[in-house]
Design a protein around this ligand. Structure first.
Ligand SMILES: [Zn+2]
Length: 161
């Protein structure tokens, strides 16, 4: 985790906090994360660490939620300013908030030594294949998609992929 935080700070020219806490919740349910201003909540399966892939998935999730400190917490759609925590907010930029964050998540993992170029290419290939196999992947476009909800708990890839 320290290497991930250090890599993010080096990439962004510093860290916008004195103290940051990763709150890890190990449950029997699927994983995900939620970013906060000085912490993130990481939900992982309790059996995540039974193989090395689990550690890598946690590294991805931590880097992702950490980068939301910038992309969502500091850079966000005008529709989300100010946050209205009494109800749902809607944005058409969830693709950017999540997609760009996933791109930088990978950069942070490359810089922190949690990912190498070959592994990144394998992950991108697997992700693209999974995307292309989704029903409607070749017929829908994000620009015509319905308005998406945000800033919702981060929808992350399942802990098994
Ligand atoms: Zn996210």
């Amino acid at each position: 985790m320290r290497a991930i935080v250090a890599a993010a700070g080096a990439l962004m020219g510093g860290l916008p906090f004195e103290r940051y806490v990763f709150l890890i919740h190990a449950t029997s349910e699927a994983g995900g994360g939620l970013e906060h201003a000085s912490s993130s909540s990481l939900q992982i399966r309790h059996d995540l660490f039974k193989d090395e892939g689990g550690y890598k998935r946690l590294a991805h999730l931590a880097a992702h939620e950490l980068f939301h400190l910038w992309n969502v917490k500091r850079i966000r759609d005008r529709a989300l300013v100010p946050y209205d925590l009494r109800g749902e907010d809607y944005t058409r930029l969830l693709w950017f908030h999540e997609g760009f964050t996933e791109t930088i998540e990978q950069e942070i993992l490359l810089r922190s030594g949690h990912l190498d170029g070959d592994a990144l290419l394998r992950e991108l290939g697997a992700s693209y294949t999974a995307y292309r196999r989704k029903p409607g992947a070749t017929t829908s476009r994000s620009a015509s998609s319905p308005t998406t909800r945000g800033p919702a708990p981060t929808s992350r890839r399942p802990t098994t992929s």
